[in-house]
Design a protein around this ligand. Structure first.
Ligand SMILES: Nc1ncnc2c1ncn2[C@@H]1O[C@H](COP(=O)(O)OP(=O)(O)O)[C@@H](O)[C@H]1O
Ligand SMILES: [Mg+2]
Length: 224
């Protein structure tokens, strides 16, 4: 599903954010990306959705070399990728329902498709009863569930999450974690950057550790 070969990313200010990254993430895997701040976790996620292109090496997503992708095909790649960040980036003047339907409208879904898909995903994240509310009336955990709903509503193959529990208390974080594990069980490949050690320990999934832009450890599911 995702392969990287000898990937290097050097930002314009000459910071070498990633060096000689080689990895293979299979369809349906759940992978944690761990490591200290500045290790390159967010940079690695950006490569997958072509937020950036590698300075050297190859990034292959679902068989496609994303660095070579023509700009007009980038939206097609991104339709297959959902993204959830630590800060919610929600539309605060829209309802919960509209926050989720917005992207579906943009890709030309019909009204009945939209209603059906939004309902399904609201049920999945447990926010059906809040669909007419605006996001600022939701708790932090509920806002993150809304972000997850928005990210998966068009059923992407890959879900990238960058410190999705960074602003949440431990109990709420674990709830979000369980939701992500559930989504993974339905077949979505998930990469989650996190430095919440307790949660990573508890989830018992594959763990890739980055330090100063390099992979220093890659432990399979159940070992960590
Ligand atoms: N847009 C950018 N321009 C220049 N340097 C950046 C940029 N984004 C990140 N960096 C640098 O790249 C390195 C890796 O950053 P990042 O991928 O954000 O790490 P992490 O997510 O693990 O904290 C850091 O040294 C950071 O300062
Ligand atoms: Mg980061």
């Amino acid at each position: 599903m995702i392969r990287m070969f000898h990937v290097q990313v050097t930002y314009p200010n000459r910071v070498a954010a990633l060096q000689d990254i080689n990895l293979h993430i299979r369809k349906g895997e759940f992978v944690f990306l761990v490591g200290p701040t500045g290790a390159g976790k967010s940079t690695l996620l950006k490569l997958v959705y072509r937020g950036i292109v590698p300075t050297k090496g190859q990034v292959i997503v679902d068989g496609v070399n994303v660095a070579r992708l023509k700009p007009r095909y980038v939206p097609y790649l991104r339709r297959n990728i959902g993204i959830v960040f630590q800060d919610f980036k929600l539309l605060y003047d829209r309802t919960v329902y509209e926050n989720i339907s917005f992207g579906l409208k943009a890709i030309g879904a019909t009204n009945s498709e939209i209603r059906q898909q939004v309902k399904k995903v609201l049920n999945l994240v447990g926010l059906e009863h809040k669909k007419k509310t605006t996001p600022h009336l939701l708790s932090g955990g509920e806002q993150q569930k809304l972000c997850i709903a928005r990210a998966i509503v068009n059923e992407p193959m890959i879900l990238l999450t960058d410190e999705p529990t960074g602003n949440l208390d431990p109990e709420t974080s674990w709830e979000i974690m369980q939701l992500l594990l559930h989504i993974n069980l339905r077949g979505t490949t998930i990469i989650m950057a996190s430095h919440d050690k307790l949660m990573v320990d508890r989830a018992r999934k594959r763990v890739i550790r980055l330090e100063q832009g390099r992979i220093v450890e890659d432990l399979p599911k159940g070992i960590y």
